[in-house]
Unconditional design. Structure first.
Length: 467
RNA sequence: UGCCCGGUAGCUCAGUGGCAGAGCAGGUGACUGUUAAUCACUUGGUCGCUGGUUCGAUCCCAGCCCGGGCAGCCA
């Protein structure tokens, strides 16, 4: 009894095989008078393998019609060089069994479907060519994330999903509670009594593991997190999800310069890894999703990323001769149209913008030394890529206690809530830096897929949490 | 959240103030080492929902629901 052969391995065979076992799902079937061609796919790779089922098989007459698109099937037979054009190997069935039927209501057809339709059948879309390819690349890149950091002596830290920090400044948070919403316990002054909640206080889903990551960077030196992150913002765009995966390295004894270098090496590593290990899937994207994909990925690999200070960026934008929907002025945040212009038109390559105005950035970012009082900046950086915009946001953190407290005062934060964060600056503080990479945005860039809902298995966006 | 576009067969779409259309999918048959096979025939409809205008609304109007695009927020 042969063990199962994955379609990927059968297609890569170097010699015929007398007895192999294939298990997978029927993609298409073409009937001839004396036999049928059945294309079987098992998800191990983009392509399926062609199976020839002769009409002489004992169950052929009774069962071949049940081998619809979508049916699960098991085939035993010989792997032989194909007599036809279009494939190197095929399998002559010595037996076939319908394991699980799929009737005519099976929604996936041989012809193309819109991405919008496929989103509505998220339980079946991984069986399509496009989504099979997307999720194979996703798996590979998740592996490459660990490989990149482990090779560089970073430790993987599991920061909490549930957090009591409610003002990290990264966005609106989802409340986590076990209280009865219809009859919550109340305090004497008519407020919901959070002390009666599961954790004895208000808790939320995390918007970032950064602050906890800093704790571990102050012990293990180089760390990274990689996990789900939640934002309760009513964002309805192709680049935002309420639940997404983020990678956040944090490095002790590191400044903004080192942070930018790490970010650039990381992005290039992931692209190179996909280019090497997901070649067939990327070619599929280049053919059906984005014709320029491979050229753009290779271009990004070859060119050093441009580094441009916020102040320089504002000058470039002001002198571009363009009319902006959002005005360009020092002190205002760069808008999507500005970021797109910088990376897509002016520099035509990934751009790291750094040293942003202090007032528009988070409290923990390090104040730049020696800048003019009216133009104070912090050591923040955003990596912008063509087609997507911001893919990474990071900074050197404020390691000086007094400056950190001043930053908290500027942002009206309560020091008591951050006592442990301030302790890091009291006991063995060091310059340190880190960044956050949106895993789905990276996948969008690598695959050319334009909507974040199509690079995450089950998208959570405002109003939608199906499956 | 704001602005814009859309919702007609299982899918992709056309269309009209007066009998609801095509291609694909499905079904039947033919043909073929086929490749999103091909050819012939064929089944299939609450025209998103509610209300309004009208002799008559899928079509015009309003509200709502759903999907999408862009913007803001950010990764």
């Amino acid at each position: 009894m042969p063990t199962r052969t994955l379609v990927k391995h059968a297609l890569d065979a170097t010699a015929p095989a007398d007895a192999i076992l294939l298990q997978g799902w029927v993609r298409t079937r073409r009937d001839a008078k004396a036999f049928s061609f059945i294309e079987v796919n098992d998800g191990s790779c983009l392509k399926g393998i062609q199976v020839i089922a002769n009409a002489t098989l004992p169950n052929y007459a009774a069962e071949i019609a049940r081998a619809h698109t979508g049916a699960a099937i098991e085939v035993r037979g010989q792997l032989v060089p194909s007599q036809g054009q279009g494939q190197k190997w095929e399998v002559i069935a010595e037996s076939f069994t319908i394991i699980g039927e799929a009737d005519a209501t099976y929604p996936l057809q041989k012809k193309g479907h819109t991405l919008e339709f496929l989103r509505e059948i998220a339980h079946l879309r991984p069986r399509s060519n496009l989504f099979g390819a997307v999720f194979r690349v996703r798996s590979r890149l998740a592996y490459a994330v660990h490989q990149f950091f482990q090779e560089r002596n970073f430790f993987y830290v599991h920061t909490p999903i549930i957090t009591a920090s409610d003002a990290e400044g990264a966005g609106d948070m989802f409340r986590v509670t076990t209280l009865d919403l219809a009859h919550p316990p109340m305090t004497e002054d008519g407020q919901v009594d959070a002390t009666k909640d599961f954790f004895g206080k208000k808790t939320f889903l995390t918007v970032s593991g950064q602050l906890e990551g800093e704790i571990f960077a102050h012990a293990l030196s180089n760390i990274y997190t990689f996990g789900p992150t939640f934002r309760a913002e009513n964002s309805n765009t192709s680049r935002h999800a309420a639940e997404f995966w983020m990678i956040e390295p944090e490095v002790a004894f590191c400044d903004l310069e080192g942070d930018m270098t790490l970010a650039e090496e990381f992005v290039k590593y992931l692209i190179r890894d996909a280019r090497t290990h997901c070649a067939a899937d990327l070619e599929f994207f280049a053919k059906f999703v984005d014709k320029d994909l491979l050229a753009r990925l290779d271009f990004v690999l070859e060119k050093p990323f441009v580094r441009c200070s916020y102040t320089e960026a504002v000058e470039i934008l002001a002198q571009s001769g363009k009319t902006w929907e959002h005005p360009v002025a020092w002190g205002a945040n760069l808008q999507a149209e500005h970021e797109r212009y910088l990376t897509e038109e002016h520099f035509k390559c990934p751009v790291t913008v750094y040293n942003y105005p202090r007032a528009i950035k988070a409290f923990y970012m390090r104040q730049t030394d020696g800048c003019a009082p009216e133009r104070q900046t912090v050591a923040a950086m955003d990596l912008l890529v063509p087609g997507i915009g911001e893919i990474i946001g990071g900074s050197q953190r404020e390691e000086r206690l007094d400056q950190l407290r001043a930053g908290m005062a500027l942002h009206h934060l309560d020091e008591k809530a951050y006592w442990w964060y301030l302790d890091l600056r009291r006991y063995g503080t060091v310059p340190h830096a880190g960044f956050g990479l949106g895993f789905e945005r990276m996948l969008m860039f690598v695959t050319g897929v334009a909507n974040i809902r199509d690079v995450i298995p089950f998208a959570r966006t405002p109003g939608t949490a199906d499956f």
